[in-house]
Ligand binder design. Structure first.
Ligand code: BDR
Ligand code: CA
Length: 317
């Protein structure tokens, strides 16, 4: 089975991505590392445990990571995911934070990858702070990964958080820079515009959510808040040509589960703008090879939507 490590800022689409991995018969999730992002890292830890509980997989170890970006104070996405990151639905039976491992996220990542060199794919669906810290502590860390799958960045300078930048990158631009420039392992990225162009219809979403299962009940609860936000005016514009279900993090996860799901992609040298007044955190794609970077990253362009819907349906069964 494919060994995955998942780095999350467990908002609603991270939850959906985690559930895809947990339901995939060809995948073994070795651990989930948490980082700031959609909400603070304590909430991210809590949310991750709630997802694991809904899937009866609390035996998977969860590790707490960075609560701030490399520089600055950090941002959150409470307006979209709810202040607690998971739709602000009270959950009196949520597992306690005592279930979080004592070992920190970054050291766990390094340890697990050391133990399984060349075998683990890392799926990062959050600001890349933990990954940046990992390569600082162990410069050989990326070379021991089988692959890296990222949700983040943007290809058409279309932002969802600032004018020009996507949330995961602008939440820690320095970390994104370090990862794109220093993780020289096979890397695949699902960028914001691609996810918007790959949206699923609300009709599919209805069928997906109305399944009769504990997982679907859980998803109906946590997703109600951000579904409303997706239909609001501002997000309509962001979501490119009408609304629909855009489970951003699930696209990176689907590629990690089944690389054949990618129907079209291109290899580009990528980096990140760090200094622009309007463009800080924007992904920079060197389409004409000006930067002479040898490391190229697979930028997803088209996904097999039928297969994607199948994975999504299975994740709530
Ligand atoms: C990304 O930002 C977060 O809000 C989502 O979880 C996703 O990882 C989309 O820009
Ligand atoms: Ca996320």
């Amino acid at each position: 089975r494919k060994k995955l490590l998942i780095d999350v800022d467990c908002g609603v689409d991270d939850a959906q991505a985690i559930m895809l991995a947990l339901a995939a018969p060809n995948v073994k999730v070795l651990g989930i590392t948490c980082v700031h992002g959609n909400t603070n890292v304590e909430n991210v830890c809590k949310n991750t445990l709630r997802v694991l509980k809904a899937c009866h997989k609390l035996e998977i170890p969860v590790f707490k990571g960075a609560d701030k970006p490399i520089l600055g104070k950090g941002i959150n996405a409470g307006h979209f995911h709810g202040l607690d990151g998971l739709g602000d639905v009270p959950d009196p039976d949520a597992p306690g934070l005592d279930l979080i491992q004592k070992e920190g996220a970054v050291s766990a990542m390094i340890r697990l990858v050391d133990k399984n060199p060349g075998e683990i794919s890392l799926v990062a669906t959050a600001p890349l702070t933990n990954l940046a810290l990992a390569v600082r502590l162990d410069p050989s860390f990326p070379s021991k990964l089988k692959g890296l799958f990222i949700m983040g960045g943007n290809t058409e300078s279309r932002g969802n958080t600032t004018v020009c930048a996507e949330f995961n990158f602008v939440a820690d631009p320095e970390a994104a820079f370090i990862v794109l420039n220093e993780y020289l392992c096979p890397t695949t990225i699902a960028c914001w515009e691609f996810t918007c162009h790959s949206k699923l219809s609300w009709e599919f979403c209805g069928t997906w959510l109305s399944q009769d299962s504990e997982k679907a009940r859980f998803m109906r609860q946590i997703f109600a808040y951000s579904m409303k936000a997706s239909e609001s005016g501002r997000l309509k514009k962001e979501f490119v040509a009408g609304t629909g279900l855009v489970s951003c993090d699930s696209y990176a996860m689907a590629a990690a589960i089944d690389e054949n799901i990618i129907l079209e992609s291109d290899l580009y040298p990528l980096t990140v703008e760090l200094t622009g007044t309007y463009t800080r955190g924007m992904m920079v794609m060197d389409t004409i090879d000006i930067l002479k970077k040898t490391h190229k990253i697979k930028v997803m362009k088209k996904i097999n939507l039928d297969r994607f819907m199948e994975l999504m349906m299975d994740s709530l069964k």
